[in-house]
Design a protein around this ligand. Structure first.
Ligand SMILES: [Zn+2]
Length: 273
């Protein structure tokens, strides 16, 4: 056993008040098939009162929403990820429209956007699918949650040119510097901060997050990915949001409980919980 594993802290031993929100997690994935109930119990025990589960297509929503039948604290997001853009046929858009009409737990369209890092879907398809889902969100009057990787300039161009400045929009998994943060804030949007803000090397990210107005901030895990320190490298889960919150609060020179409540309130307002 490595020495590092002895430093893992049980999140349940460092809970925060029961008002926190993990704005973005993928708990319907098979990574949680063996212990989903325990994961949700731990989240509640740590003060995470709501979790946003992101379904990547309407088929996943239909097949897996029953996982959360007994957990009303889990709300839903639905959107075709840019890496899966080729799956986003007109039939899928229609199925999304239906899903939003029928499922009251669906609160936002996302994660949608552009991803030029993996680049496993042609860029012209990504643009098309992104734009089609933005149109759907506007039609349904739902907030939008953005996924953007190595495509910041292009994503901003799409959003600003299509009149989404001032629209309820959350930039998920924020990991960039002050220029992008300023632009997001100027457009009236929100920022969701993930676990990597706890990584030693990410000093610029901590400085950037410290400057974001407190009414625009949220917290997320993106579970099962991107676990914060002291669980870096392991499967992430909503309970670990408490570690991210403490790192963000420290960077901002703010009390962790205060930041936790503020981010939770922002999420409840944004998603209409
Ligand atoms: Zn995600």
């Amino acid at each position: 056993m490595s020495k590092k594993s002895t430093n893992r802290i049980d999140p349940v031993s460092v809970p925060l008040p029961p008002e926190g929100v993990d704005s973005h997690a993928h708990l319907d994935g098979e990574e949680f098939d063996l212990d989903r109930e325990a994961v949700l119990e731990r989240a509640a025990a740590c003060g995470v009162s709501h979790v946003g589960n992101v379904f990547l297509n309407p088929g996943h929503l239909a097949a897996r929403r029953h996982y959360f039948a007994d957990h009303p604290q889990v709300f839903f997001l639905l959107g075709v990820h840019p890496c899966h853009g080729r799956d986003c046929t007109p039939q899928v858009i229609e199925a999304m429209r239906q899903a939003f009409a029928e499922e009251p737990r669906l609160k936002a369209v996302g994660e949608i956007g552009l991803d030029f890092y993996w680049d496993d879907c042609p860029r012209e398809v990504q643009y098309e699918v992104f734009t089609a889902q933005l149109r759907l969100a506007r039609e349904l009057e739902r907030p939008v949650v953005i996924h953007c990787r190595e495509a910041e300039k292009e994503t901003l161009m799409v959003l600003e040119s299509q009149g989404f400045a001032g629209y309820p929009l959350l930039w998920h998994c924020f990991g960039k510097g002050p220029d992008l943060a300023r632009r997001i804030v100027r457009n009236g949007w929100h920022v969701s901060v993930p676990g990597p803000v706890t990584y030693k090397a990410n000093e610029e990210l901590r400085e950037t997050v410290a400057c974001i107005p407190s009414d625009r901030l949220m917290l997320e895990t993106d579970a099962p990915y991107l676990a914060p320190v002291p669980w870096r490298g392991k499967r992430n889960e909503p309970a670990f949001t408490v570690f991210t919150a403490r790192a963000v609060a420290e960077a901002r020179g703010q009390d962790a409980e205060e930041l936790w409540r503020q981010c939770g309130a922002n999420a409840r307002r944004f998603f209409g919980l």
